[in-house]
Design a protein around this ligand. Structure first.
Ligand code: 13P
Ligand code: SF4
Length: 341
C-alpha cells in the first residue's frame, strides 16, 4: 500500500496507526485515507470535549479500534463507564446501553450518534406490561435483561446481561421457587434449560425476541461442520433453543471472545451479529473463522460519519432519563453489579 503521495503528516501517522491495528485489511486502498481522516478528526474533537467513546462489539472495527476508548459487551461497557472521568460519554451502541450509562452517570452528558439505534427486545415490553405481569404473579422477583428501557428497568428487581444471567438467576433461585424473566423468551428458555427449570412452572417468560438472532438456521450448523472438520460453533444466548442445541457453546459476546482466545479449534463458526466476527478476525489473525452472521440494523445505524456529526452538533442526540425513573432503575442495575461480582 503506497501513501507516499499524501502530504499531511498527521494523516500519514493516522494511516500507519490504523494499519498497525489491522484496519487496512477491511479497507480498499483509497478508502483508508478517508477512514483515517475521520478517525483523526473524531479523536481530536473527543479530546477537546473531554469525551469518552464507548463502543459495543457489534459496531464496525473502524469505530471500535479507530475511536473507541471503552469497548466490549453490554456488561463491561456498563461497568467501565461508571469509572470514567470524562465529562461526556458518546455511546456507539444501542439506545438502552446509552440510557444505562446515563442512569449510572447522572451528572454526565450521554449521547448516541444515531436516532435509529433501538433494539427489538427493548421495544418488546413496556413498564405497563411489567406492572401487569407483577400483578398477575404477586411476590415473584422480576429479573430483566439489560436490553430494555429505563422505565422497564425501574419496574424490575434485578438487571442481567448475557455475561451474568445464569449466575444471577442461580442466586435468585436460592431465595425463590419461581421468577419472572423478561423480555427475551429464547434467552429465558435457554437459561431455564441450563438451570433445569421449566418455563411456565419455574420461570415466567415474555414474548420478546432479537430480530437478528431469531433468524439463524440450525440446519446450516451441521452443513458447516461437515465442510470444516474440527469446527466449533459458538452461539449467542439470544438464539432460539434449536440453534443452541446444535452449537458447542452458548454465551454473550464477552464469553464468546474469551472462549476463542482460550481455545485452539480448527475453525470457529460464529452465530451472532457480523461485527463480532469482524473484530474476532482482527484480534486473532491466525485463527480461522466462519461467520454465519447477520447485521443488526440498529447497531449499524452508527457510522464514523455519524460520530463526527455528533461531535460537531451533539444537542439532538442527548440521552436523558427522568430522575425518578433513573433512581428506581439504578437500584435494579446496582443489584446486578452486586450479584454478578
Ligand atoms: P452482549 O451483552 O452479549 O454483548 O449482547 C448485547 C446484545 O445486544 C446482543 O444482541
Ligand atoms: Fe437488539 Fe438484537 Fe440488535 Fe442486540 S442484535 S441490539 S438484541 S436487535
Amino acid at each position: 500500500m503506497d501513501f507516499k503521495g499524501l502530504m499531511n503528516p498527521a494523516l500519514n501517522e493516522e494511516i500507519k496507526r490504523l494499519i498497525a491495528l489491522g484496519l487496512h485489511r477491511r479497507c480498499v486502498d483509497e478508502d483508508l485515507p478517508r477512514v483515517a481522516g475521520l478517525t483523526l478528526e473524531i479523536n481530536r474533537l473527543k479530546r477537546e470535549r473531554n469525551a469518552v467513546i464507548c463502543a459495543h462489539v457489534y459496531q464496525t472495527p473502524e469505530i471500535i479500534l479507530g475511536v473507541g476508548d471503552l469497548t466490549g459487551d453490554s456488561y463491561k461497557l456498563a461497568a467501565d463507564c461508571r469509572k470514567t472521568a470524562a465529562d461526556t460519554i458518546i455511546f456507539c451502541g444501542v439506545h438502552f446501553m446509552a440510557e444505562t450509562a446515563k442512569i449510572l452517570n447522572p451528572s454526565k452528558k450521554v449521547y448516541v450518534p444515531s436516532g435509529n439505534a433501538g433494539c427489538s427486545l427493548s421495544e418488546a415490553i413496556t413498564a405497563t406490561d411489567v406492572r401487569k405481569l407483577k400483578a398477575g404473579h404477586p411476590g415473584l422477583p422480576v429479573v430483566t435483561y439489560i436490553n430494555t428501557s429505563a422505565e422497564v428497568k425501574a419496574e424490575s428487581d434485578c438487571i442481567v446481561t448475557s455475561a451474568n444471567a445464569e449466575k444471577i438467576l442461580r442466586r435468585m433461585y436460592e431465595a425463590h421457587d419461581k421468577v419472572i424473566f423478561i423480555p427475551d423468551r429464547f434467552m429465558g428458555a435457554n437459561l431455564a434449560k441450563t438451570l433445569g427449570k421449566t418455563p411456565g412452572r419455574d420461570i415466567i417468560l415474555w414474548n420478546g425476541t432479537c430480530i437478528v438472532h431469531e433468524k439463524f438456521n440450525a440446519g446450516l450448523i451441521d452443513i458447516y461442520r461437515r465442510r470444516y472438520p474440527g469446527l466449533v460453533a459458538l452461539a449467542h444466548a439470544e438464539c432460539p433453543s434449536e440453534i443452541i442445541a446444535a452449537a458447542d457453546f452458548m454465551g454473550g459476546t464477552g464469553d464468546m471472545m474469551r472462549y476463542i482466545g482460550n481455545t485452539d479449534a480448527a475453525a470457529y463458526l460464529l452465530v451472532t451479529e457480523c461485527g463480532f466476527g469482524e473484530l474476532a478476525r482482527l484480534k486473532f489473525p491466525n485463527k480461522n473463522f466462519v461467520a454465519m452472521c447477520r447485521l443488526c440494523p440498529y447497531m449499524k445505524s452508527i457510522t464514523l460519519n455519524s460520530v463526527l456529526a455528533l461531535l460537531t452538533d451533539p444537542a439532538p442526540q442527548e440521552v436523558t432519563v427522568p430522575e425518578d425513573i433513573a433512581a428506581s432503575a439504578r437500584v435494579s442495575i446496582e443489584k446486578m453489579f452486586e450479584l454478578a461480582a
